[in-house]
Design a protein. Structure first.
Length: 113
């Protein structure tokens, strides 16, 4: 096992040919099939079973600052953001809330809950 590149080639195939594998995605299903066939090839007895898994699809993400010190009247400032997987959707009308700047995990841990 220490001199074989078999495991590396399998991971490379999953990464380069199948791609990201979020639960419930087509790529996840393809990866399951690929790994099952590889296991059969090396002599394993394989049985696939259907299971329920959460499936999350990233939606469109937009945000803008609507009020900040020094803001020119009648303008907004678009900001870049990334939603966390399986997070709750924002309502269609959007939300307006204060932004809290947290500089590191220690500061986050010290915040009241």
């Amino acid at each position: 096992a220490l001199t074989s590149d078999y495991a590396f080639k399998q991971v490379a195939h999953l990464a380069n040919n199948i791609g990201p594998r979020l639960t419930g995605s087509a790529q996840a299903a393809k990866a399951v099939g690929y790994v099952a066939e590889e296991m059969k090839t090396v002599g394993c007895e394989v049985q696939l079973e259907e299971v329920m898994v959460p499936h999350w699809v990233r939606g469109i993400e937009t945000a803008e600052l609507t009020q900040y010190p020094g803001q020119a009247s009648g303008t907004t400032q678009k900001i870049v953001l990334c939603a966390l997987g399986a997070s709750v959707a924002t309502p269609p009308q959007g939300i307006t809330a204060d932004i809290i700047c947290i500089r590191d995990f220690e500061e986050l841990k010290s915040m009241p809950r």
